[in-house]
Design a protein around this ligand. Structure first.
Ligand code: ADP
Length: 274
């Protein structure tokens, strides 16, 4: 049975706890006086799915953006695959620019992840296929023919083969988001980072995106997912991080954190959203 035929409720075999693909150590980030991430540490093993839960404003997106190289922490170390940055060691000038060697280090870290945004963020004037091949060809220097072939296979994987030549405006929100996922996968990242990938979608298209994400989890993509989809978290996550006020309040297997939360803040949050 191919992953896309798998019933939505198929339980996953728990990920083997091997070497972490993602490791965050003592990550801190402030915006002005506001400390948004306060000493966050966690690991994601290869093939593992970590779901990040937490109330609005708790720092989830900032954490994900930090992992993806879209936000520079003030301190802490992030390691993804074979790239690592100790942020306390960086010496940005007053415009935030880094010396070249440090910039290359930061770029190498960013290149390890694929990011799926809340909104699809596709190029409006490019076809589905060109949206997917842009990163591999322009950023990674892949041969266009091979990039196109891989993009077609990815489109098949997300169930959109027949839409390769369409433009974003010709696709539904859920289809656009599936292109966004294919685009992230096309970069062959060590980890795929999802920032509330279904929160901007019409309710009827949420399921098709979650199904694609379940398939990826079954195929052992390493994933970090910020979402309010508790059922998805329960069924797909290997590990759940509950964040509040920029700290990890509770962490563990979904049946523990979601079904039997120990911390009052986790209990209160789950009560509100369930
Ligand atoms: P969540 O994803 O959990 O809703 P965020 O990480 O988006 O939380 O935001 C955490 C806090 O950081 C919020 O108070 C938000 O207003 C603030 N914040 C996020 N990004 C910025 C920014 N670029 N500048 C200033 N404040 C920010």
């Amino acid at each position: 049975m191919s992953p896309s035929d798998a019933p939505v409720t198929t339980p996953r075999v728990p990920a083997a706890s091997g070497t972490p693909v993602v490791s965050a150590r003592n990550v801190r980030k402030s915006f002005g006086d506001k400390e948004v991430l306060r000493d966050i540490s966690f690991d994601v093993p290869e093939g593992g799915v970590t779901v990040v839960l937490g109330p609005s404003g708790s720092g989830k997106t900032t954490l994900l953006r930090a992992l993806g190289g879209l936000e520079r922490p003030d301190a802490g170390t992030i390691t993804i695959g074979d790239a690592s940055v100790d942020f306390a060691q960086l010496t940005p000038n007053r415009h935030g620019r880094l010396p070249r060697a440090q910039r290359e280090q930061e770029d190498a870290l960013a290149a390890q992840s694929g990011f799926v945004f809340q909104g699809h963020n596709l190029f409006a004037h490019k076809t589905t296929l060109d949206n997917i091949t842009e990163g591999p060809i322009v950023v990674q220097g892949e041969d266009p023919q091979s990039a196109r072939e891989r993009a077609k296979a990815l489109l098949e994987q997300v169930g959109l083969s027949e839409h390769a030549d369409k433009y974003p405006f010709q696709l539904s929100g859920g289809q656009q988001q599936r292109v966004g996922i294919a685009r992230a996968l096309a970069l062959r990242p060590s980890v795929v980072l999802f920032d509330e990938p279904t929160s901007a979608l019409d309710p009827e298209t949420v399921g098709e995106v979650l199904t694609v994400m379940r398939d990826l989890a079954e195929q052992r993509w390493t994933m970090v997912v910020v979402t309010h989809e508790i059922r998805f978290a329960r069924e797909v996550a290997d590990d759940v991080l509950f964040i509040d006020g920029g700290v990890v309040v509770e962490r563990g297997a979904p049946e523990q954190v979601i079904l039997e939360p120990q911390e009052p803040r986790t209990q209160a949050f789950l009560k509100r959203i369930l």
